[in-house]
Design a protein around this ligand. Sequence first.
Ligand SMILES: NC(=O)c1ccc[n+]([C@@H]2O[C@H](COP(=O)([O-])OP(=O)(O)OC[C@H]3O[C@@H](n4cnc5c(N)ncnc54)[C@H](OP(=O)(O)O)[C@@H]3O)[C@@H](O)[C@H]2O)c1
Length: 328
Amino acid sequence: MSNHPKGNARTVVITGGNSGLGYACAQALLGSADGPWHVVIASRDAARSRAAADALAAGAAAGNSAEAMVLDLGSLDSIRSFAAELTDRLGSGALPHLHALVCNAGVQMGATDARTADGFEATFGINHLGHFALVHALLPVLEAPSRVVVVSSGTHDPGPKGGRAPAWNDPHALARGELGPAAAKDNALLRGQRRYCTSKLANIYFTYALARRLPEGVTANAFDPGIMLDTALGRSMPAPVRFAFKYIAPRFIWLLRRMMKDSVHTSQESGRALAWLAAAPELAGTTARYFDGRRDIPSSDESNDTARAEQLWKDSLILTGAGHQPLT
Ligand SMILES: NC(=O)c1ccc[n+]([C@@H]2O[C@H](COP(=O)([O-])OP(=O)(O)OC[C@H]3O[C@@H](n4cnc5c(N)ncnc54)[C@H](OP(=O)(O)O)[C@@H]3O)[C@@H](O)[C@H]2O)c1
């Protein structure tokens, strides 16, 4: 542990908090005087997570604290162990009240056809199923007042901003890596992008279905951070794409901002917006909403398909073996 929670602190768990948006969100919370906040950086690599938590703790405002816990969202075993340990520590008072669970971790696989430890296609498996299983396992400790914030993306909705559309399919097929008919002509790289936006659509279905089931005082909202060029999300992309993102695009950020109607941000800007969603007292009763930064806007028409969301919920229970948990 980097340092210890004090007094009437509240715990915020941030998946993938060792990098990019999650790290910036942790920084914003830990820099704030509205706590005390105890931030748990929940990420898959122990050394990277610990280094991040140590750096965050060193820069934290007085009374705030941070620590690292290992969580691999690509492994149901790892998710269960993480949830069991967190639950024990919350129950024993070693950690203060769980105020927010920020489901931020995410991958975009490029042209790679990667699988999770349980055999799910990695994009759907980590971005959706991993978070689904995590939230389920933590439901008993998500007591009012508390909130779940799910990081989605504007790519769930190609309408206003352009880009590749999701290719929804039966959730069992998505778990096997099979996209819907819209992806029939995709090459491997485009399929990777399509899997990513489809998983981000799943994030919204999950958020809305979860919000319908949570007790009063426990909320669930989805968040679009906009386009951030300074994170590691593109690490699996081919080298020329990575080069363009790292060295060329940042020089033209002013042009991108103009072309993309203000949806290009630094991770610091979006991290502050995500921290606001996780912590702002004025949002205590806000649930089942979609935020573009701090703007509460409608998500795509497709993402409001309740029948699909309910099917995804039922199939995710089966796929993750979470059916024994309180909310079915
Ligand atoms: N960047 C953008 O333009 C953009 C736009 C819209 C939405 N988003 C969303 O923002 C979120 C954060 O992404 P980012 O841009 O900040 O990218 P990032 O820097 O790559 O951060 C992703 C985080 O997720 C973690 N992670 C990946 N797989 C994991 C696993 N199996 N278990 C646990 N943690 C795992 C990573 O850990 P490691 O360091 O160990 O890999 C990293 O900490 C994602 O949900 C992404 O979809 C990003």
